[in-house]
Design a protein around this ligand. Structure first.
Ligand code: FAD
Length: 453
């Protein structure tokens, strides 16, 4: 591993920006970026990771609770322990690290000969630098939705935090955000913070959830709320923030089936802190500026089966592609992206997948029924393809079906589905071939409820 320190110039003249060349430039040093970089390096590519923080690890550095590594390492680790295993591996390689360096733009040059070179511009305390890469892997993670995105009425006092910010204050900065907290949203971060606040001596008045079901994993509801006697109020939301300088209370109301507050159900809950765990948004500003098409359902890039976006040579993985509940899944997906990016780079832009069917295979994948999204959104090769999806609401019994041209090509077993769990489905090559034989341009992933939860 080489750590780069760029040197600032002291001449007054306008100087060209220093440039370094790589096969694969990975943006983001979280679990996605590290796994992608390691697998690209293993494939023989010259790899750089650019990370805006001073350390690798991404958001896992603040996730000090256990629950990581169960599938990847067959061992229960904390977030920092899980991240450290990859940091150690990166440090044993010749991957070049650009830490404390923020990528501010990706410029995809015009095709020259048979390759496209991407220029990644970054800023660090030492100045501006450009990295060229035959391929770029987007691994920038996601950010949390804030109060303004869900438009909670009321005053604007101190004491309102996103749950992840409070997690950082407590676990990294050793700061206590308040003494009496209400948590809005039952996603995994909210549930984990309910337990963390309790352990740190902050009284948690309750977790309030707009939907009629908890949004986090079942194991987190049990381990973080049930085991600590923290109440979960479903179909309830915060309808007003009360307080001048500091939060003094929140007003909560029950909601109807259209998620609108029910008049007359308002209740005042005294507290000095409101934590918001109301969803994550993939960090795709750089991707959009680079011309990458986004899927409005995931807010991540539209990718093909090798996780390549619509811009040749730009790949995406991890939370910037779609929000994952388990870091282990991020690792597996990102290893695929890194290997594909290296293969593409090392053959100078030629189609990397030996099984690719060429221009003859151009299928879109569309989710219907209660499938909230399907990933990949495009299939360009006749090969076994991993399909990921999430359902929009919980059901006790539903069936996954694959359709093309109105014909059912595959039907899975009837089983329960929950929105908190990212599902994975192996789409056989013969189903893709059958779709092509039918002359269809679309594969439909349909998840159809048999019985409601
Ligand atoms: C606040 C929060 C708390 C979470 N808590 C948990 C939890 O407790 N348990 C759990 O299983 N999962 C948790 N998750 C989910 C977790 O994010 C994923 O499991 C996993 O960490 C995603 O990995 P990633 O590499 O895609 O993203 P991240 O870990 O977020 O890493 C992305 C990295 O990209 C860097 N980056 C972004 N933009 C740029 C740029 N322009 N230039 C340079 N670097 C950039 C960031 O600094 C960051 O280090 C949490 C997520 C969030 C947002």
């Amino acid at each position: 591993m080489a750590e780069f320190k760029s040197s600032a110039t002291d001449s007054g003249a306008v100087e060209s920006v220093p440039t370094q060349a790589f096969d694969v430039v990975v943006i983001g040093g979280g679990p996605a970026g590290m796994a992608a970089a390691l697998s690209a390096n293993k494939a023989g590519a010259r790899v750089a990771i650019v990370e805006r923080e001073q350390n690798l690890g991404g958001i896992l550095r603040q996730c000090i609770h256990p629950g990581f590594g169960l599938s990847h390492f067959k061992q229960e680790l904390t977030g920092p322990e899980y991240a450290q295993r990859f940091i150690d591996q990166v440090r044993e390689t010749d991957i070049t690290l650009f830490l404390d360096s923020m990528v501010i733009g990706i410029d995809s040059g015009k095709p020259a000969k048979d390759t496209t070179v991407h220029t990644v511009t970054l800023m660090s305390p030492a100045g501006m630098l450009q990295l060229t890469g035959r391929t770029v892997v987007l691994a920038m993670g996601c950010r949390e939705r804030t109060r303004s995105e869900i438009k909670i009425p009321g005053s604007r006092p101190a004491g309102m935090f996103t749950a992840g910010l409070a997690q950082r204050y407590i676990n990294i900065e050793n700061l206590k955000p308040g003494s009496r907290a209400v948590i809005l949203g039952s996603g995994d971060i909210g549930l984990i913070m309910a337990r963390r606040c309790t352990l740190e001596g902050i009284s948690v008045e309750g977790v309030y959830e707009l939907m009629p079901y908890a949004n986090g994993l079942r194991r987190n509801v049990k381990n973080c709320l049930d085991d600590f006697g923290i109440p979960l109020h479903l179909s309830t939301t915060v309808t007003r923030v009360i307080g001048h300088d500091r939060v003094e209370a929140v007003e909560v109301s029950q909601v109807d089936e259209r998620l609108a507050p029910i008049s007359g159900t308002e209740r005042i809950v005294p507290c000095d802190t409101l934590l918001l765990s109301v969803g994550l948004i993939p960090e795709n500003e750089l991707s959009v500026a680079a011309g990458v098409e986004l899927d409005p359902r995931t807010r991540g890039a539209v990718v093909d089966q090798s996780l390549q976006t619509g811009v040749p040579g730009i790949f995406a993985c991890g939370n910037v592609l779609h929000v994952h509940d388990l870091a282990d899944n991020v690792t597996t997906e990102s290893e695929r992206a890194g290997a594909a990016a290296a293969a593409y780079a090392l053959v100078c832009g030629a189609v990397a997948d030996a099984d690719a069917a060429g221009p003859g295979c151009q299928l879109t994948v569309s989710p219907v029924g209660i499938a909230g999204y399907a990933l990949p959104g495009r299939i360009t090769a006749v090969a076994l393809t991993k399909l990921n999806f999430r359902v929009c609401r919980p059901v006790n019994a539903a069936c996954v079906r694959i359709l093309a041209d109105g014909k059912e090509l595959f039907a899975g077993k009837v089983r329960a589905f929950k929105p908190s769990v990212m599902e994975s489905f192996p789409l056989p090559a013969k189903v893709i071939q059958r779709t092509l034989d039918l002359g269809a341009s679309e594969i439909v992933l349909s998840v159809d409820p048999v019985e409601e939860a």
